[in-house]
Write a protein that binds this ligand. Sequence first.
Ligand SMILES: Nc1ncnc2c1ncn2[C@@H]1O[C@H](COP(=O)(O)OP(=O)(O)O)[C@@H](O)[C@H]1O
Ligand SMILES: [Mg+2]
Length: 365
Amino acid sequence: MSGAREALLRVAPGGVLGILGGGQLGRMLALAAAELGIESHIYCPDPASPAFQIAKQITCAPYEDEAALTAFAAGVDAITYEFENVPARTAAILSAAKPVQPTVHALETTADRLTEKTFIRSLGIGTAEFRAVDSHADLAGAVGVLGRPSVLKTRRFGYDGKGQTIIRPGHDLSESLDRMGGQPAILEAFVPFVAEVSVIAVRSDNGSVRTYDLVENEHHDHILDQSIVPSRLSALVEDQALSIAATIIAALDYVGVLAVEMFVTSDHTVLVNEIAPRVHNSGHWTQDACLVSQFENHVRAVCGWPLGSTERHSDAVMTNLIGDDINAWRALAAEPNAALHLYGKLEARTGRKMGHVTRISPRSR
Ligand SMILES: Nc1ncnc2c1ncn2[C@@H]1O[C@H](COP(=O)(O)OP(=O)(O)O)[C@@H](O)[C@H]1O
Ligand SMILES: [Mg+2]
């Protein structure tokens, strides 16, 4: 299938890619686009967006501003985004004017944990057992089936562990449900995982798919701390995980980069936790350990270029710089085998992703 026909060219060198969202992901997408001679136009409601600092064209307006969206779409050749919560109406307005990749279909499937897990199961891929929870009666019934501990999550808008709570033995169910703030929720069986892993995959609209090597992820306080490549997991687990990601990206008829987060259990079972329809924090190591990064491959895919190599030339450990961690920038900059990436955020608030450092060593396997 790979290379069977050329992808449809949407943005040639000199053209303009529109990017919704002005955080660090939008910024790194725009930097990668610049490397290919493609200009970026960043659209974001936040005047302090880090991506605004490095793009020639910006629109600072709400995602609901139809006039601003229409003007934005008129000035670009294609549109992509850095976050999964693009409002449906925004996506519809933009899609009517210019190609938007990944498509609204991918956004809709992955925006809601219930739809997402149902879709993954329909492909014959494992997830934690789950039940929809819309009421106190639903929750009592679901805990009866899935037991404790179990994990209660809002169906939409969760990130970095926000909008979720673990139901442990003795915990009051009403209190747990109240924490969801009345939003539709899902209860998941607790997975006693031995490792959390992810796969970054990219697909072109000619159907060719490439995956980066399996990444092992460690979290602190629900925020990604480190991504380690190669992972310490077996080749068997890696093969399973890569093939799961390839199945998902093809089933979504997806164009661009997508991340699949997974759990690995002690018996080497791989269960999908969630899909991110965008470039992902656990793929930042590709900037320094691969010939073509996740950001460049996303730009290539959405612009209709041939995909670039996803091969890894080095071992890598990527560490996020959260909040005050950034104060160590000078020592990090002096490390011989470290690549430092700072996002230009002015205020180092607690829990805020300020940058990352990727430490490289010769490829071991
Ligand atoms: N069903 C589960 N069993 C065990 N741990 C879980 C489960 N769901 C989530 N977690 C833990 O919580 C973290 C955040 O959950 P996740 O579903 O990825 O939400 P977010 O969108 O906030 O990243 C996961 O990386 C994992 O460590
Ligand atoms: Mg997650």
